[in-house]
Design a protein around this ligand. Structure first.
Ligand SMILES: NCc1[nH]cc(CCC(=O)O)c1CC(=O)O
Length: 309
């Protein structure tokens, strides 16, 4: 019988803390354990410290996870809670994603200061986003808009918007919901025309491979449909790139044992894009995503990928 508290690693952003608390609550309920059995350990990551530059320029994925993963590997943490969207497709040796919480809404939210909808923005309006996917999707639908880089935590971005640095911004519905700020959203974007990032809206738990005590603890809160959908989306991402330096979008929807995936890749200026749709058994989810990536890559051709630099 475990008596020492489990040590849960997380970043210190309000969103990360909300995700860690949600995970702890689910574990307490699933196992009838008191809160004192879970210690939330807050770590600062490179991605949290660098706020003045686009993350795509400094190294993309892994920025929010490296410090936490080092402490997982060394045994100082028992497991860590992350946004699946921020996880590199290749994890460090010895670590795996051992559980997924039931997914939140996958869609992006539009937050307009004056116009309430993306398509209602006046010509030449500015939209702030640091995400290459969102930038490319905006340019595809509205090549006349001026897309500017907007970084930082959700509150920072909303502050920049309020102070007039842009006319609108985009954020994940899931993040706003977890922060209790859904009311700022003025439009929820349609995932067919504005597909989310692979793994958006899904909280995952990372832990050591072969740690049976932790696997046992976490299996009680693992959501199978979310695991299948995220595996498929991450398969697509991994085949195409796996960094966050590229405009890649896609989402899977699970219905019983069946899954349907839609993916999109774009040139950064949004002038060209390719879409793919596929479906199959959830038992084959990761492979379905990889195959979709291979197919869309062949279809797009080398010239298209030159735009990704
Ligand atoms: N890159 C930051 C990040 N990572 C996860 C989320 C939102 C929550 C989620 O997708 O699970 C966000 C903020 C955003 O995109 O608005």
């Amino acid at each position: 019988m475990q008596t020492k508290p489990f040590r849960i690693g997380t970043r210190g952003s309000p969103l990360a803390l909300a995700q860690a608390h949600e995970t702890r609550t689910r574990l307490m309920v699933a196992h009838g354990l008191p809160e004192a059995m879970f210690e939330i350990v807050v770590l600062s990551t490179k991605g949290d410290r660098i706020t003045d530059r686009s993350l795509a320029l400094i190294g993309g994925k892994g920025l929010f996870t490296e410090e936490i993963e080092a402490q997982l590997s060394s045994g100082e943490l028992d497991f860590a809670v992350h946004s699946s969207k921020d996880m590199p497709t290749k994890l460090p040796e010895g670590l795996h994603l051992s559980a997924f919480l039931p997914r939140e809404d996958i869609r992006d939210a539009f937050i307009g200061r004056t116009a309430k909808r993306l398509l209602d923005l006046p010509q030449g309006a500015t939209v702030g986003s640091a995400s290459l996917r969102r930038q490319a999707l905006i340019r595809r639908l509205r090549p006349d808009l001026d897309v500017i880089v907007f970084r930082g935590q959700v509150d920072t971005r909303l502050g920049k918007l309020a102070s007039g640095e842009a006319d609108a911004t985009l954020l994940a519905y899931a993040g706003l919901k977890r922060l209790g700020k859904l009311d700022v959203a003025t439009e929820i974007l349609d995932p067919v025309s504005f597909p989310p990032a692979p793994a958006q809206g899904a909280i995952c738990i990372e832990s050591r491979i072969g740690d049976e005590r932790i696997d046992g603890l976490l299996s009680a809160i693992d959501d199978r449909p979310t695991r299948a959908a995220v595996s498929c989306e991450r398969g697509f991402l991994a085949t195409l790139d796996g960094s966050c330096r590229t405009p890649i979008a896609g989402y899977a929807e699970v219905d019983g044992e069946h899954l349907r995936f839609r993916g999109m890749i774009l040139t950064p200026d949004g002038s060209q894009f390719h879409e793919i749709e596929t479906s199959g058994a959830i038992s084959n989810a990761g492979r379905l995503g990889e195959e979709a990536g291979e197919t869309i890559r062949a279809r797009a051709g080398a010239d298209f990928f030159a735009s990704w630099g």
